[in-house]
Design a protein around this ligand. Structure first.
Ligand SMILES: [Zn+2]
Length: 295
């Protein structure tokens, strides 16, 4: 069965409208992929929505009518054009796959990381989006609508997914460190439950960094390590936001602003070395005058 927490309104909307091109946006771990799969299974379920989990189609795993495309990993992930359109020597591609008749009712292609589509890949998909075969559905997953090319965005049915409330997540797991790490994203909470040591270790690293700002060299080393972990998908920034909550309002605003600039620059592939130095500087400016035990 599909592990999907929350997002009832989005589910109702999808089940009712059944759009052929969907843009699912929201933070990593919030449940975008789970919802995309839920939609794909619902479209193919013998009993319709919500997917029953029992019919022949619902028991398929992997499902023959569901294609999931992810960017190739790396610091600069990319969805190459040959995954989208037929190319000489290329393997399975979205356009050919989706043209063929479904085994059940609907062919559903889920493009995870639609913000990493190359321009040629995105353009190749436009024709499909404009005139899809009756059985074809496309679900694009991205962090925000702005991250996707406007030509695609304007033709898709947009379903934004907001972080879930702590109240909802608490029912899944009560650990405050895990909940802080999750920031409303059940996927991140599940990760924490499965990798408790990694998450505790990350929390300690953030604390050591904030308590050790006076020692410039050690702070720089820790900042590099924090950025490295963020690149591996283990984002330490939620622990910073939790620490900032203890600051007086003006300092908190400055700290949050610095953090959002850091995250943005990091996404834009500014060098780790430069960012580490800048982050130490920014945090010293926020915490500089404060005794370290007030963190
Ligand atoms: Zn079913």
């Amino acid at each position: 069965m599909i592990e999907l927490v929350g997002h009832e309104e989005a589910r109702r909307l999808l089940a009712r409208a059944r759009p052929q091109t969907v843009l699912l946006t929201g933070p990593e771990g919030v449940g975008r992929r789970a919802l995309a799969r839920w939609y794909a299974y619902g479209l193919n379920c013998a009993r319709g929505f919500p997917p029953c989990g029992e019919c022949l189609s619902c028991r398929m795993e992997p499902h023959p009518d569901v294609l999931e495309i992810r960017p190739e990993p790396g610091r600069r992930p990319v969805v190459p054009v040959e995954r989208i359109v037929p190319r000489e020597g290329g393997g399975e591609n979205l356009l050919e796959w989706i043209e063929a008749a479904p085994r059940f009712s609907a062919k559903v292609a889920i493009v995870d990381g639609a913000e990493h589509l190359t321009e040629s890949a995105a353009n190749a998909m436009l024709k499909l989006i404009e005139e899809p075969p009756a059985h074809a559905y496309l679900v694009l997953v991205a962090p925000s609508p702005e991250a996707v090319l406007p030509t695609i965005r304007s033709r898709a049915f947009w379903v934004p997914l907001a972080p879930l409330s702590e109240e909802v997540l608490q029912k899944l797991h009560p650990d405050p460190d895990f909940l802080a790490f999750a920031e409303g994203a059940p996927g991140r909470l599940f990760f924490a439950v499965e990798h408790p040591e990694e998450v505790r270790d990350l929390r300690r690293l953030v604390e050591d960094f904030l308590h050790g700002l006076a020692d410039g060299r050690a702070a720089l080393e820790r900042a590099r390590e924090l950025l490295r972990r963020a690149e591996e998908g283990l984002s330490p920034w939620p622990f910073f936001r939790r620490a900032f909550a203890q600051l007086p309002p003006e300092d908190r605003a400055e700290a949050l602003e610095a953090l959002s600039r850091l995250e943005e620059a990091h996404r834009a592939y500014v060098s780790r070395e430069l960012l580490a130095a800048w982050w130490v500087h920014a945090m010293r400016s926020v915490y500089g005058e404060r005794p370290s035990d007030s963190l």
